[in-house]
Structure formats: structure tokens, C-alpha cells
Design a protein around this ligand. Structure first.
Ligand SMILES: [Zn+2]
Length: 228
């Protein structure tokens, strides 16, 4: 194990239990890792293990794969540089993210206790359920994480009422820079190809109200759940 990975493992361990509020849609409680384990969920140790043994290697393979678009690999590389310096954190969640609360359920971006550093929170049971069996797991996992990284690039849309617009902008970037360059090369999970189709349907316009509406809390849970 090289130094970077060891540091990374420490970072992951430290972040378990970190608090990360960002409006109603990205609420995050300190107690989440000590709560009841529902069906299919993991212990905290299992979630960290799943991240280190399954997700992290997939992300690293994706970065090395020549098919991976720059829109993904550049974001993951810069993320890894910040992870080893503790400037950004990844928190592997042991439980599911409730649909009604977040506009997407695999992961979300939050903040650490200082409110200044990003925490990318990723549900390990959800990744396992939705992506792990997919033949393009490496790419799908990389898109999920690079999408959250994309949230760090867009400033000024972080008020709770702006969340659908914020999601619409970042999802447009995700479609254009991450999903579409891979179409025809790898078989991505349906919910990602459907996102691309929807965007095309709305003229590739991130401001189209029908596109923005997809990310409103009342619609997003249903849409994304049914697009599985
Ligand atoms: Zn997002």
C-alpha cells in the first residue's frame, strides 16, 4: 500500500460521523453511522471497507482507462489530490439516502463542520445495489463521484431554493462531459443514458424549465427511482 492510499484510508476513517449540512436537501446527521441498520444496509466498518476495496479501486481504474473522458478523469485526479491533503473528504455512508430529501440518491455533496470543505457523501449500499453488477461499474461509479465534484465548481447556487437549478446545471455538465463521450463505447446504467436522452429532449438547454423541474425535490425522487 503506497502512502497516498494509506493517507486516503485515514481520511476516510476520520470522516465517518462528520456533520455536513447544506439546506434541507442535503441534511446530514452526525448520528447516522450509529443508527439502526435497515435491511440491506451496512455497518460503518463494512461501508468503509466497501469504499476502500470496491469503489476506490474502480475509480482508480477509470482514471487509467483511455476510454474515460477528460470530464471524468480530470475531476477525479483533482479530487484525489485534495483528498490526500485533507482539503476535500469522501464519506462512505453505511445506509441509504432517502429519496424525498435529496435530488439524487447515490451520493450528495455536503460540507464539513467548518462549513468550508466539501464532503462527498456516497451511499455504499446504494452503489452496491444499483451499480456494482453493471458491466460498466468503473465508469458509472466514476460518473457519480465526478458529478459531485462538478458541484464544487459551480458557485452561487447554493441557497435551498436554487437547488433544482444547481442540480440542473451540474447534471447538464455531467451529460455533456461525462455520459455522452462514453455512449457507444461502454454500456452505462439506464438511469445515466436516460438522463442524456431527457436533456436532448429539452434541446440540451440547462435552463429549460422542464429540465430544471426534473431536479425539484418532489419530482427527483420518483424520476430517478423509476429510471433505475
Ligand atoms: Zn448533483
Amino acid at each position: 500500500m503506497n502512502n497516498a492510499i494509506r493517507l486516503f484510508a485515514i481520511t476516510v476513517a476520520v470522516m465517518i460521523g462528520a456533520s455536513a449540512p447544506l439546506g434541507a436537501a442535503e441534511k446530514h446527521s452526525k448520528d447516522e453511522c450509529s443508527g439502526t441498520i435497515r435491511k440491506g444496509e451496512m455497518t460503518c466498518e463494512e461501508a468503509v471497507g466497501y469504499f476502500l476495496n470496491v469503489v476506490d479501486p474502480a475509480l482508480r481504474r477509470a482514471v487509467q482507462d483511455p476510454r474515460t473522458p477528460a470530464g471524468i478523469s480530470n475531476r477525479l485526479r483533482s479530487l484525489y489530490r485534495e483528498l490526500v491533503k485533507n482539503e476535500t473528504f469522501i464519506q462512505p455512508l453505511s445506509h441509504y439516502i432517502d429519496y424525498g430529501q435529496a435530488s439524487h440518491r447515490l451520493a450528495f455533496r455536503a460540507f464539513d463542520e467548518t462549513g468550508s470543505k466539501t464532503v462527498i457523501v456516497i451511499s455504499m449500499p446504494q452503489i452496491r445495489d444499483d451499480l456494482a453488477k453493471n458491466e460498466s461499474f468503473d465508469f458509472a461509479a466514476a460518473i457519480v463521484v465526478a458529478h459531485e465534484r462538478g458541484h464544487q465548481e459551480e458557485q452561487g447556487l447554493t441557497a435551498p431554493e436554487d437547488l433544482p437549478k444547481f442540480e440542473a446545471v451540474v447534471s447538464a455538465i455531467t451529460v455533456k462531459e461525462m455520459i455522452r463521450p462514453l455512449l457507444g463505447q461502454v454500456a452505462l446504467p439506464k438511469f445515466l443514458t436516460q438522463l442524456s436522452e431527457k436533456f436532448a429532449e429539452f434541446g440540451d438547454n440547462p435552463q429549460d424549465p422542464r429540465w430544471v423541474e426534473l431536479f425539484s425535490p418532489k419530482v427527483a425522487g420518483k424520476e430517478i427511482a423509476s429510471a433505475k
